[in-house]
Design a protein around this ligand. Structure first.
Ligand SMILES: [Zn+2]
Length: 832
């Protein structure tokens, strides 16, 4: 008996040693009963990695904006973990992203992304259970899966958002949760943990990579190019579970295999959910079109990219009453995401051989041009567009898209005229061949007009890069020969220490240089007239930096450093007289002042639109921006403000008479307001502004309304008045400083927000939409009829002050490259 007890004790001990701590044992609470902060999530992953080094490996890929670690964890069989680097290199060969023949005897690579929206907290919690289960020695099925697959888990794509939510929740929740929606634990304060530090939605940023998290993730993602990508989310608290197959529209480039296998995965999950009696939906709401999501970007890179959604998000807390009087708990949310995670791994492992073969086929088809609509895209170089071309090449680099220079001539569709034309290639033209590893992504990013199988989509419907960047381009069905590596010459400055220096105002980089110089107290002038120095032509707005005016700064050192950093060439000035322009002493050569810029940022504002402006100033322009809580409006020291930016959002101060009085007295004394989108409409509604919305009088419409509409058509009919976002060409007054440096501008129209032209003397009609200006994307036919002859960019004087109206978002998700200079002009150059 004694021996038996002893042996039990020993067995128990050895079991203990062999056993891994579950998440509950490690964290001290069952998963789903607390919101786990990011550091604790990583701590558990690190614990498992330390305990099972033969089966797990961690790789750090950087830091979030606020400095939290970005990491992925590999989980697989000891054999695969030992061969990780070989598997990776072989996979790039399969994808045709590296030289050589890839071998299909390789594990399926499954990448699981959690918490891209930081307050959709259940996936990171669930991932701890998932990884524990994969390593659990008692789980023999899992062992089999890991023989066939390599799992890459990112515990949180958005650590700053994850922690913003966790800190909020844990600081307001008591020992007992309260499930009523109105209690404070369900009312996350502005801006919410959905977003990253700069309030960007990282699930709209995969392709554009404007944010630190996306930039660093894309590097490691493209180093791997997984076969399966799972992106976990949460939606409203009343919805049943969502998993693939996704909803129409699917982009045409999505292959039949990608469609089929989504369905295979979906059916497998459905069978499991059915066995548990869990409700779900598929094929609705979440479409596959816009290229910058966590499902589409992987799809366009050869993976089966998928979105999974569970009811939840910040209003759910640990438990919440739903409309059907059920209680939705974090435990429920975790269990279902955990189940889906294991189900994906299971079904993919069962089909691993086919998954790898089909992935190879995607790469082979890409190289063979089978995924392409056009064969070649050409960005036409001229000096005036070089700065924009540099910016676009940077985007191509981030996405591993290859480009070349070449010779000869080709015929193709001109993006700007929409006509076929012949083009003889110039040395600095950029050639993007459609047949390369990233063929599908190239097609989606470049094709002049993407075909929509269904016009109900979750996001914008047009983003072709030549329009976004304002670069003349051609889409061609021929392939130029003689491709050579492409590089624009690096700017290296030789400064003559003569009269001064001139800088062409031809792109956003010139504005970045201006911001840098003004911040370092360099005196900078801008010419309202174009001029020439020798053979060099300087467009309107070009900068003049004179030695005489800059004796107190180390001018050449600052200029050399900044111009090389920003790749903006400086031209030596030899005298104060210039050909074809005003002399330096002219009144049309204005000294720029360093404006003090302020924006309201806080409760009531649209976080993403505030974030666009904040990130633009902080990270792109690198220029100070004062952020003030709307509640502190009365504390603003207006005498210290030159520019007041009003991004899309609500401005209740406009209805408060004392605040309006304060605001208008500042404006009339010489202040400048830059208003965007809905801020424009709120200003236009005031009686002291001259701007008025465009009237589209339906009463005068000749067509009689159809009274016998069908109930079943209601969703379609709503679309008649709708656009999710389409591209229109803007006609503009290029003599107005707002448009200096812009040759062609295409705007993203997300609604019918057009304004009447100002009457003479009331304001400047700077940019407008004429008839037939629609260039790409879906616009409902009733709305399309109204989208003409209206103002989108204008300015109006109020006393000594100015309001700049930008009815469309020139900083859309900060990838609308061509709008960045317009915003800079509004800040630095315009004054009526
Ligand atoms: Zn989400």
């Amino acid at each position: 008996m004694k021996n038996f007890v002893l042996s039990l004790l020993f067995t128990g001990l050895s079991l203990c040693y062999a056993q891994l701590k579950s998440p509950a044992d490690f964290l001290g609470y069952p998963i789903g009963t607390k919101v786990t902060p990011h550091a604790r999530i990583l701590a558990y992953y690190d614990y498992l990695t330390a305990e099972r080094p033969e089966q797990m490996k961690m790789e750090s890929y950087g830091l979030s904006v606020e400095g939290r670690p970005l990491r992925i964890y590999y989980v697989s069989s000891p054999n695969h973990i030992r061969n990780l680097e070989n598997i990776r290199q072989n996979n790039l060969r399969l994808a045709r992203a590296a030289e050589g023949e890839g071998q299909v005897q390789s594990p399926a690579i499954i990448w699981i992304s959690n918490n891209v929206h930081g307050n959709e907290t259940s996936s990171a919690e669930a991932s701890m259970l998932t990884i524990y289960e994969l390593l659990n020695p008692q789980n023999s099925k899992a062992k089999g899966w890991l023989e066939k697959s390599l799992i890459i888990i990112d515990p949180s794509l958005n650590p700053d958002g994850t922690d913003r939510y966790a800190h909020f929740y844990n600081s307001v929740a008591g020992k007992n949760y309260h499930p009523d929606l109105y209690s404070r634990e369900h009312r996350e304060p502005w801006p919410g943990g959905r977003y990253n530090h700069y309030y960007f939605d990282l699930n709209r940023d995969w392709a554009w990579q404007t944010q630190a998290e996306s930039i660093q993730r894309a590097v490691i993602y493209n180093k791997w190019l997984p076969h399966i990508h799972v992106d976990f989310h949460e939606m409203g608290i009343n919805a049943p579970y969502y998993f693939p197959p996704a909803a129409e529209p699917f982009h045409e480039v999505i292959t039949s295999w990608q469609r089929e296998f989504q369905t295979t995965i979906g059916k497998h999950n459905a069978a499991y959910f059915d066995s548990k009696g869990w409700l779900y939906f598929t094929k609705e709401r979440f479409d596959l079109f816009y290229p910058s999501y966590g499902d589409t970007y992987p799809l366009y890179s050869g993976a089966i990219g998928m979105t999974y959604e569970k009811a939840g998000n910040s209003s759910a807390g640990l438990a919440v009453y739903t409309d059907s009087k059920d209680t939705l708990t974090l435990v429920d949310r975790v269990i279902q995401h955990h189940a889906s995670g294991l189900n994906v791994i299971e079904i993919v492992s069962q089909h691993a051989d086919q998954v790898v073969k089909e992935f190879k086929k995607f790469g082979d088809d890409a190289m063979a041009g089978k995924l392409s609509s056009y064969q070649t895209y050409v960005l036409k170089h001229d000096a005036a567009h070089e700065s924009r071309i540099r910016a676009l090449l940077h985007l191509l680099d981030k996405n591993n898209i290859k480009y070349y220079s070449g010779s000869g001539s080709l015929r193709g569709l001109d993006y700007f005229t929409k006509k076929e034309q012949n083009h003889s290639l110039q040395a600095k033209d950029v050639i993007v061949p459609a047949n390369q590893a990233k063929a599908a992504l190239i097609r989606v990013l470049f094709e002049p007009e993407a075909k929509l199988s269904d016009s109900i989509t979750y996001d914008i419907t047009a983003w072709a890069l030549p329009y976004v960047y304002g670069i003349p381009a051609i889409a061609s069905n021929s392939k130029p020969g003689n491709l050579q590596a492409y590089q624009l010459p690096k700017v290296q400055q030789e400064l003559s220490k003569g009269f001064g220096y001139a800088v062409k105002w031809d792109g956003f980089a010139a504005a970045q240089l201006t911001a840098a110089l003004l911040s370092q107290k360099v005196a900078v002038k801008s010419s309202e007239q174009a001029f020439k120095i020798g053979k060099e032509e300087f467009p309107k707005g070009s900068l003049l930096i004179l030695r005489e005016a800059n004796k107190r700064v180390d001018l050449e050192k600052i200029l050399k450093e900044q111009s090389e950093k920003l790749q903006v060439p400086l031209h030596n000035l030899t005298a104060g007289i210039m050909e074809g322009g005003k002399d330096l002493g002219s009144a049309e050569v204005k000294t720029l002042k360093a404006p003090r810029v302020l924006m309201l940022a806080g409760e009531g504002q649209r976080a993403t639109n505030v974030g666009e402006v904040w990130h633009y100033f902080d990270e792109q322009l690198n220029y100070p921006l004062i952020l003030v809580n709307p509640a502190d409006f009365s504390r603003i020291k207006w005498s210290e403000v030159d520019v007041f930016i009003m991004p899309n959002g609500q401005y209740p101060f406009l209805k408060n008479s004392s605040q309006v009085a304060e605001f208008t007295s500042w404006l009339k004394a010489g202040g400048k307001v830059i208003a965007l989108e809905s801020a424009v409409s709120q200003l236009a509604a005031l009686d002291w502004t001259a701007l008025k919305p465009l009237k589209t009088d339906s009463a005068t419409s000749k067509t009689k309304p159809n009274l016998l509409k069908k109930y079943g058509d209601r969703e379609r009919e709503a679309l008649e008045e709708y656009t999710a976002g389409a591209i229109y060409r803007v006609t503009f007054d290029d003599s107005h400083p707002l448009m200096f440096g812009t040759k062609d501008y295409f705007t993203l129209k997300q609604g019918a927000n057009l304004y009447q032209y100002f009457e003479a003397g009331k304001g400047w009609n700077i940019g407008y939409i004429k008839e037939g200006a629609k260039t790409a994307g879906f616009v409902g036919h009733s709305l399309a009829k109204k989208m003409k002859n209206g103002l989108i960019f204008g300015s109006e004087s109020v006393g000594q002050g100015t309001i700049i109206y930008l009815a469309d978002n020139v900083l859309f998700r900060n990838f609308w490259e061509n709008g960045k200079l317009i915003m800079a002009n509004a800040v630095f150059l315009t004054a009526d």
